[in-house]
Design a protein. Structure first.
Length: 206
């Protein structure tokens, strides 16, 4: 029985962690407007749970530079090691995002370029994780893809490419993270082939 593509992500990211980090540092940050909006929603000193933080560049680094505190979670020990070397004053945890249970709540939660790699049923279960870690009035931002048949993870040039994107993707817009995780569908414009959603008390149109 063939392994589901989504189940290969953890091993692929760990295998190519250094190469992926090098590519990420050289690449342009074309979805920065979403992260600027996210940071703007948070006050100085706010706490952020970054699920699937990777090497911390550029997302977590940008959050820290704006005076917010990051707790980063990633399944790759190599990625977390890079984060600890770059931002030792922040908290970094090696864990599968699906298994996170920290027993505390955060002002902001990110699932950027990580949430969409999960199986559809695991994506649904992640809303329990979001709710368990969201403070009242917390902000949640994630991006997601709706796949025509399956998530294709392609090892090419040492980076991972999600494929088989269905046009006119619809995604969840979180209207109440900490209370009930109620969602409603909202169509947003794509950012480099991906779709983002930010709950910030208003609609964020790209």
């Amino acid at each position: 029985m063939n392994e589901h593509a989504a189940d290969q992500i953890v091993a692929i990211y760990e295998r190519y962690a250094i190469e992926w980090d090098d590519d990420r540092k050289r690449a342009s940050w074309n979805d920065k407007p979403w992260h600027d909006r996210f940071v703007a929603c948070l006050t100085q000193g706010a706490t952020v749970l970054d699920l699937g933080c990777g090497s911390g560049m550029p997302v977590a680094h940008n959050i820290v530079q704006h005076g917010r505190h990051v707790t980063g979670v990633d399944s790759s020990p190599t990625m977390i090691s890079l984060c600890r070397n770059r931002m030792p004053e922040q908290e970094w945890i090696v864990s599968d995002m699906r298994a996170v249970a920290l027993g505390r709540r955060f002002n902001g939660i990110l699932g950027w370029d990580s949430f969409f790699f999960l199986r559809p049923d695991d994506q649904r279960k992640m809303f329990n994780v979001f709710a368990a870690h969201a403070s009242p009035s917390a902000f949640l931002m994630f991006n997601t893809l709706v796949m025509a048949r399956r998530l294709a993870s392609i090892e090419a040039s040492h980076f991972i490419t999600p494929a088989l994107i269905r046009p006119n993707t619809r995604l969840c817009w979180i209207s109440s993270v900490s209370r009930s995780c109620r969602t409603r569908s909202k169509t947003t414009r794509p950012v480099a082939g991906r779709f983002g959603s930010l709950s910030c008390g208003h609609e964020a149109n790209e």
